[in-house]
Design a protein around this ligand. Structure first.
Ligand SMILES: *[C@@H]1O[C@H](CO)[C@@H](O)[C@H](O)[C@H]1NC(C)=O
Ligand SMILES: *[C@@H]1O[C@H](CO)[C@@H](O)[C@H](O)[C@H]1NC(C)=O
Ligand SMILES: *[C@@H]1O[C@H](CO)[C@@H](O)[C@H](O)[C@H]1NC(C)=O
Ligand SMILES: *[C@@H]1O[C@H](CO)[C@@H](O)[C@H](O)[C@H]1NC(C)=O
Ligand SMILES: [Zn+2]
Length: 405
């Protein structure tokens, strides 16, 4: 869905009368939420030697510094995941090079992977994309730094999300194609995942020593005019305007971390995500809800939970109580996109994890229950955004009556 408050006013002025702006973002039914599968071992930190059920996360728990073999291994893992499991997705690399303050005159390669699933009936430049984003590079120092929350776990969460929703998305696209539907704003929705490179500074965070990949991609997209469509007006002038919402995940996977609402213009999306979370909690479908859930040793006092120290919610800032104070924001991959008018939702905890930019940000310090729960919440949010209730069949009434945990 593309709610009106996401549309730039310039675009609103050109919208033809038939666009269904009244179509609602459709909440998933209780039975659909219950049908979100368990991630199981998808986020195991152990690399398995078998060919099936290989962890999505473990291969990323290595140093992934641009210009090193670890970067290439991470690229291969991301790319092969899609070609093996999700062949309908269109994969594109957006590459650039840059010098860095740590590497002298050598040109360091940066490669963003763009994974897209769009309706089969749309032509280039016609799909609006819910865009999920995480960076896959890791920081040069300290030497051997892994960056499990930063952002190996967010990348794995997005891979799993893609896999789960693709099944329903495929069914929806097939049914709509068979009916000859499509061509309207609310129907031409797709899912796009950006695995960005070069987020980290090589020496010290500055405007030029950071965000290498996102700066290059946002710049290239701002210069890439879409082909003029047959209707003789642009729905989307360039790939940036095809982004209905840019959702950036970063530093997720520590137990107890809380994500505030940073952006007044996308607070409604924050609330939608928080609502999915709280519904899943009420249905006992999140592992982090039970106080007895297993956790790593890094359970810190939740100093970031002002109201209730025992509140397990990831997204407690429903009233956006301190949004204006936080609006100065946190430098991250969304900035080059914000500067070009893209609406963003920044899912980064405040304060940062205790392990941030230390050697302790590794697999052993992740709280895997937290990682799995974030993945479940993301699937619910994406399912609602993409209107997957369209293809959901409610189970027989007899099954619904018995609600056992
Ligand atoms: C694990 O492997 C089994 C057997 O190959 C398969 O049925 C199942 O879907 C796999 N699970 C995941 C999460 O890939
Ligand atoms: C994949 O996306 C690229 C970039 O938008 C486009 O040029 C290419 O035609 C697409 N490939 C397919 C098979 O859709
Ligand atoms: C872009 O980078 C990727 C990943 O390193 C690589 O596989 C691909 O060949 C590069 N593409 C171009 C055109 O250089
Ligand atoms: C949010 O605002 C509503 C209405 O003003 C109020 O009832 C509620 O207690 C607030 N919630 C929090 C967590 O502050
Ligand atoms: Zn970092």
């Amino acid at each position: 869905m593309l709610p009106p408050n996401l549309l730039p006013t310039t675009l609103l002025a050109t919208l033809p009368f038939w666009l269904p702006l009244t179509t609602a973002y459709t909440p998933l039914s209780e039975s659909f939420l219950r049908a979100i599968p368990s991630p199981g071992d998808a986020f195991s930190i152990e690399t398995t030697t078998t060919t099936t059920n290989t962890s999505l996360l473990a291969p990323l728990l290595i140093p992934r510094v641009p210009g090193t073999p670890g970067q290439q291994a991470a690229q291969a893992h991301l790319f092969n995941f899609f070609t093996t499991n999700l062949p309908a997705w269109n994969l594109t690399w957006q590459n650039s090079t840059s010098t860095t303050p740590a590497t002298g005159s050598r040109q360091i390669p940066f490669a963003n992977l763009i994974a897209r699933r769009d309706p089969p009936w749309t032509k280039a430049g016609e799909t609006n994309f819910l865009t999920l984003v995480a960076h896959y590079d890791s920081k040069l120092t300290p030497e051997g730094f892994i960056g499990a929350t930063d952002s190996a776990a967010p990348c794995a969460i997005l891979m799993w999300t893609a896999q789960v929703v693709d099944k329903y998305l495929t069914q929806m696209y097939d049914e709509m194609s068979a009916l000859g539907e499509g061509g309207e704003l609310a129907m031409d929705m797709g899912l796009q995942i950006l695995f960005l490179d070069g987020e980290e500074a090589f020496v010290q965070w500055t405007d030029t020593d950071s965000l290498y990949g996102s700066r290059s991609l946002a710049n290239q997209w701002s210069l890439s005019a879409n082909p003029l469509p047959q209707q003789k007006f642009y729905k989307y002038r360039n790939p940036l305007s095809q982004i209905s919402l840019f959702v950036l995940l970063d530093l997720l996977g520590e137990k107890g971390s809380k994500v505030p609402s940073y952006m007044p213009t996308t607070h409604w999306a924050y609330v939608a995500l928080a609502t999915v979370e709280s519904r899943l909690r009420q249905l006992n479908l999140l592992e982090t809800s039970s106080s007895s859930s297993s956790s790593s040793s890094s359970s810190q006092p939740t100093k970031n939970a002002p109201e209730d120290e025992n509140d397990p919610s990831f997204l407690p800032d429903l009233n956006s109580t301190t949004a204006s104070a936080k609006r100065a924001g946190i430098s991250d991959d969304h900035l080059p996109f914000i500067h070009r008018g893209v609406e963003t939702l920044h899912l980064i905890p405040k304060p940062f994890p205790n392990v941030w930019h230390t050697m302790e940000d590794d697999g052993a310090h992740l709280d895997l229950a937290t990682v799995r729960d974030w993945a479940r919440v993301m699937v619910g949010f994406v399912g609602e955004w993409l209107d997957l209730m369209e293809v959901w069949t409610e189970p027989e009434a007899e099954g619904e009556g018995t609600t056992t945990a």
